[in-house]
Design a protein around this ligand. Structure first.
Ligand code: NDP
Ligand code: HSE
Length: 434
């Protein structure tokens, strides 16, 4: 039966995402009412700059006092789309203390303080939903939390940052340098004025932490995720990748150890074969592979950012949370019962592509091969060529290894750097997806 008294929603933040949430709430009001079983009413919109013109929003709803809005006592659901740690964290806590469930798109906060926020939601018998925090519009958090709740996820590998995928795609397809591709991403509105969080991998690492926690039913925080950005990826890396039939992507990779006793979580650029489905994810799209014991391989693909796509995920959560409110129930909370530890990066086992500048003289190849052998790293292929700049006394040596622990590779590279005949380590890149 339809309830006539509306569910009241407080919107915290009305920027790229929040303005689209407000627009869809207004334009789709009748559909949302039918799907929820009660009308939803925008009861207030908290922002930083009250004088900014906000199309389609009643100016009477705008406030700079988010705390007062939450403490009114009649708010059913809070949508937090401010971002960052504070004041978002305090506001979400205040929402729970005042009886409101929360929908958030805030990956940074959830990766840092997800456990405490989940605990607060549970203590108050309320919901915390955050589909939009990972991979924008792509339904991923709820499929992993709910649809795959009966299965066992062993591995997740994906492209979860649109800005860096756009940059790497441009570098690959047009030969553009990093800065040129970043400038284009900025001009198109993908990259922010300060793109550090994207290009240095912090954004992807936050998403990786959230996904790892859900996939393995354990707690993984941002600090547990090994992270390398993609600012050092060069045109010559792409040329090497092409020679191997690969391209380069910034990947988030989450794995359960073979013995099931621990997990790893990492974000770094990696070469992947052109035949791998992630290789064909272009522009600012995201895609995530989930490997589960019974389901097999699942791939989730779609727009990972942008106001309207992200608002779609927020609205989906809003409908679910409102339905729960009406049913006086809550959805699934945090599941961290396995308490699996997160192993350090040194224990990750994968393949490597190492590019060295070496002296072009007898015995160098043997010296390099011995160094790999001494550290227990088995070589798959070696390619040597004279330097393209014609420097006769130097050669470029490209070594691709078999699978080896990251710590062994790090030891190998340290030893290589000490050899007189190795003039420099031009690049080290992991090879994934084979
Ligand atoms: P914006 O910077 O566009 O919007 C932030 C909003 O928060 C603005 O309306 C701003 O007010 C308001 N705000 C800032 N500080 C305060 C404060 N102290 N009190 C009240 N309001 C405040 O961010 P986005 O919309 O891009 O992102 C919002 C969230 O969504 C973030 O957590 C982000 O990570 C996440 N997200 C974003 C995606 C995207 O593509 N943009 C994709 C997926 C997730 P004012 O308008 O006055 O400046
Ligand atoms: N900056 C992020 C990206 C936004 O480029 O993917 C979505 O989280």
């Amino acid at each position: 039966m339809m309830r006539t008294r509306p569910l009241k929603v407080a919107l915290l933040g009305c920027g790229v995402v929040g303005s689209e949430v407000a627009r869809i709430m207004t334009t789709h009001a009748d559909d949302l009412t039918a799907r929820i079983g009660a009308p939803v009413e925008l009861a207030g919109v908290a922002v930083r700059r009250p004088s900014k013109v906000r199309e389609g929003i009643d100016p009477a709803l705008i406030t700079t006092d988010a705390t007062a809005l939450l403490k009114r006592g009649d708010i059913d659901v809070v949508v937090e789309v401010i971002g960052g740690i504070e004041p978002a964290r305090t506001l979400i806590t205040t929402a729970f203390e005042n009886g409101a469930s929360v929908v958030s798109a805030n990956k940074a906060l959830l990766a840092q303080d997800g456990a405490a926020l989940h605990a607060a939601a549970e203590r108050h018998g309320l919901d915390l939903y955050y589909e939009a925090a990972v991979a924008g519009a792509i339904p991923l958090v709820r499929p992993m939390r709910e649809s795959l709740a009966g299965d066992k996820i062993n591995r997740v590998m994906g492209i979860v940052n649109g800005t860096t995928n756009f940059i790497l795609d441009k570098m690959d397809s047009t030969g553009a340098g990093y800065q040129e591709a970043l400038d284009e991403a900025t001009a198109l509105g993908y990259a922010e004025a300060d793109p550090t969080a994207d290009v240095e991998g912090y954004d992807a690492a936050a998403k990786a932490a959230i996904l790892a926690g859900i996939a393995f039913h354990t707690r993984v925080r941002l600090d547990d995720v090994y992270r390398e950005g993609m600012t050092e990826v060069s045109a010559s890396d792409f040329a090497s990748a092409k020679r191997m039939g690969c391209t380069i992507k910034l990947l988030a990779i989450l794995e359960r150890a073979a013995d099931g006793e621990s997990v790893t979580a990492r974000v770094h650029p990696a070469m992947i074969p052109l035949t791998h489905p992630l290789a064909s994810v272009r522009e600012a799209y995201n895609a995530v592979f989930v490997e589960a014991e019974a389901a097999g391989r699942l791939m989730f693909y779609g727009p990972g950012a942008g106001g309207s796509p992200t608002a779609s995920a927020v609205l989906g959560d809003l409908v679910a949370v409102c339905r729960n409110k009406l049913a006086e129930a809550t959805g699934p909370g945090e599941s961290a019962y396995t308490q699996l530890p997160v192993s350090p990066m040194g224990e990750v086992v994968t393949r490597y592509h190492i590019s060295l500048d070496v002296a072009d003289k007898p015995g160098v190849l043997a010296q390099v091969a011995t160094t790999f052998a001494e550290h227990g790293v088995s070589i798959d292929t070696v390619r040597q060529q004279g330097r393209p700049d014609g420097a006769g006394s130097e050669a470029s040596l490209v070594v691709v290894t078999h699978r080896a622990p990251d710590a062994a590779l790090t030891g190998t590279v340290e030893a290589l750097r000490k050899l007189d005949t190795v003039r420099g380590v031009a690049s080290i890149m992991r090879v994934e997806g084979e």
